[in-house]
Design a protein around this ligand. Sequence first.
Ligand SMILES: Nc1ncnc2c1ncn2[C@@H]1O[C@H](COP(=O)(O)OP(=O)(O)O)[C@@H](O)[C@H]1O
Ligand SMILES: [Mg+2]
Length: 498
Amino acid sequence: MQEIGTVISTLEGPSTRKFSFVINKDSIVRRGQFVQLKSHDGNLIGRVLDVYKMNKYFMRPESVKEYESSGRHVDDIFPVDHWEYLVADVSALGVHTGNGFVDSSFPPSPGTRVVQPENHILSDIFGIDNNGLYVGTIPHHDVEVKLNITKLLQKHLAILAISGAGKSFLSSVILEELMARKPEQGQLAVIVIDAHGEYTSFADDPKYAGRVSVFPVSDLQIGLSNLHGYQISEFFPNLTYVQIRELVKVMDTLRKKNYGLSDLIDAVELSEKIKAATKDILISTLMELRMTGVFGVADYPSLEELTRQGHLSVVDLSGTTNLNRKQLVVAYIARKLFNARKNGIIPPFLLILEEAHQFVPETMKKEHAISRGVIQTIAREGRKFNASLCLISQRPIQLSTTVLSQCNTHIILRITNPYDLDHIGKSSEGMNKSVLKQISSLKVGTALIVGEAVNFPLFVKVRHRQSKASEKGLPLEKAATEYYARMKQKHKDAKEFM
Ligand SMILES: Nc1ncnc2c1ncn2[C@@H]1O[C@H](COP(=O)(O)OP(=O)(O)O)[C@@H](O)[C@H]1O
Ligand SMILES: [Mg+2]
């Protein structure tokens, strides 16, 4: 074990929570790294909060000034570099004993040697699972972070950061890991609600050939005959109970047939039992539904197409900007998945929701948040049925707090907005001021994991992705040069044609 320093006695410690050590001459110790030392109960592990340099020759400002003003430097006269030393402040995480990990309840003694932590102890402490999803490494240490799939996903995951911080990149890494699992390791059916068409590239990657389906929004259909009255009420939260009841009655008369929205509108129009005022409202409501263009005779994709174990289904919503339409699709798919999972007719699934704040907003009125109810239901009850959510958002503050607090693991990349930081501080466990401060200065690709999946908040350097990245969201420079090349070619073609 490599020794890196010795615990010193300071005014505040060593205490059970904090201690400092002086760093050996040839050792490098960095802020954020972990250290290990023998304590009364076992191997104590701590995190370096800060490192600072000391030199007794420069401790008294008046004498430094005195020398400088005499025209000489202190280091001309004294061997100052011999007296420079480094001190690290450490916060104790806990103690690795023979059987498990316990809170640090006894201070280390001054004079104790501090060593580089053993990788297997670090793995143990953070709850790393060798059979888990490999998402990256612990910064400053050669330890792979592999997250237990049950702890990470069963009680839902939220990935939060400003745009461009690496959320989609990280979720692609998680997808790669899920797709790499063998049946005996437990495979999920994964469905991604892909707001920007960033995940469609999985379908072009030969590694995943035959295991990825892409469903563009223009092809999606909600089969009216499969629709229940309560779903209509979900789609139109402003309809009254009586109006819904009348509509469901009409739908029941059509139930045996395959019918479309126009058939339903006709049937409502022709019904003699519905009062004129109700009829008007129902018809205008159904007309509005027709405008979204997602209703048809049969469901597409079917449940079987959407949920196959070990497969990835990408619902590509990039083809529409109509939020209402997107919410309808998400509400319908989520409800269908959840019900089917409750009945045990589809495999355990993970539903990944990009731009989650658009689908589960905190403050929007009901009629502008059609998908909120069902996502909240899955967030609350999904764990019992192995229906898992992964919510991705760059606007945590706009995301339903109910849902956010049900996500037992949060992975946070760079966040700068103080309101978002405050929100996260309140909704994530184990967050203190110093951790929150670090979030705003994280580099792209560095993430903080807090919650169920790890025993302590853990920073991770997200690993490189192996899958093909999407062409969408090209860097500005590349987009501009490509546009130029395309226009030039067009010009040339036109010239040759003449
Ligand atoms: N871990 C990483 N390693 C290398 N590059 C990364 C990493 N994470 C993100 N990037 C790069 O940063 C850019 C933004 O990442 P992206 O995942 O699209 O951000 P977000 O989804 O948060 O807006 C992309 O070009 C991506 O390739
Ligand atoms: Mg993204």
